[in-house]
Design a protein around this ligand. Structure first.
Ligand code: SAM
Length: 293
């Protein structure tokens, strides 16, 4: 059977269904089977596994996932694509398409309902770029029972998520993601493998979920507030960011004391701190400041 992800077959499908791509929904479809094979391979999905796909489009990645796994559940927001997918995915009996905005969907319930008989559950997707970060943060913060998340996203966002301390890409997004998962940008992808071509370069990011978060903290919400505040203004020192964006001027002595308690130079900048250092700092700031929020 001819793959969906060739330029000819994709054109045929779009024409047959009179489908016009919607830019506002991030509809850039993949037309390169090699890239799709690389994504599936990078995801580590096996025959006994279940896959959640976000945004199946006309089914280019979905069919490769259906061939490689036990079952695929795909969330698609665009109602016009549902009948297209019924047609293009008719050869596969292990795919279920759910017409829903994934940000509003109860993904946990879908996992419980549909994946009782699989080994691991993975997320694999070519994400709509206008909502990359909210989708990834929802999947991670909801603490879903996932083994991994492998997604095509903007190269720049993939680099920020996988960045190490001390680099200019390292920031709140790196820490938020790496708290829950090991992050790796595994493949750089040129714009030419999509129709229409996106204006930015793309990359495949793989997140391997940790069984327990990377660091232990007394209060998770507080930890998130502390590192977000530490990056609020990248030109400011850690002390200034914490005073201005978290504690308030009158609590400057408490911030100085907490920094001293964990042996941290107040002139350091957020981007030099490891997750472990943010965890220690967050715990030290919790008692004097945590209740003032
Ligand atoms: N998987 C296809 C491929 O690789 O060719 C299409 C990928 S395209 C980049 C993104 C897809 O996500 C589109 O089909 C779009 O309609 C869908 N989409 C956009 N926002 C969504 C949302 N919030 N929930 C679910 N699907 C969404």
């Amino acid at each position: 059977m001819k793959d969906i992800a060739t330029p000819n077959r994709t054109n045929e499908i779009l024409k047959k269904h009179g489908f016009h791509l919607k830019k506002s929904l991030g509809q850039n479809f993949l037309i390169d089977t090699n890239v799709l094979h690389n994504i599936v391979e990078a995801s580590g999905v096996g025959e006994e596994d279940g896959v959640i796909e976000i945004g199946p489009g006309i089914g280019a990645l979905t069919e490769q996932l259906a061939r490689a796994s036990k079952k695929v559940v795909a969330f698609e927001i665009d109602e016009r694509l549902i009948s297209v997918l019924v047609d293009t995915l008719s050869p596969y009996d292990n795919v279920q398409v759910i017409h829903s905005d994934v940000l509003k969907a109860d993904v946990r319930a879908s996992i419980e309902d549909m994946f009782a008989d699989v080994r691991h559950v993975h997320v694999v997707a070519n994400l709509p770029y206008y909502v990359t970060t909210p989708i990834l943060m929802k999947l991670l913060e909801d603490k879903l029972p996932l083994a991994s998340i492998t997604v095509m996203i903007q190269a720049e966002v993939a680099e920020r998520i996988a960045a190490r301390p001390g680099t200019k890409e390292y920031g709140a997004l790196s820490i938020a993601a790496q708290y829950y998962a090991e992050a790796e940008a595994v493949l750089h992808v040129p714009a030419s493998v999509f129709v229409p071509q996106p204006r930015v370069d793309s990359a495949v990011l793989r997140l391997t979920l940790r069984e327990t978060p990377a660091v232990e903290v007394l209060d998770e919400d507080w930890f998130f507030k502390v590192f977000h505040a530490s990056f609020a203004n990248r030109r400011k020192t850690l002390l200034n960011n914490l005073v201005h964006n978290l504690a308030g001027k009158e609590k400057k002595p408490e911030v100085e004391q907490a920094l001293a308690q964990v042996g941290m130079d107040p002139r350091r900048r957020g981007e030099t701190l490891s997750l472990e250092e943010f965890a220690a700092l967050s715990d030290a700031l919790l008692k004097p400041l945590g209740k003032t929020e």
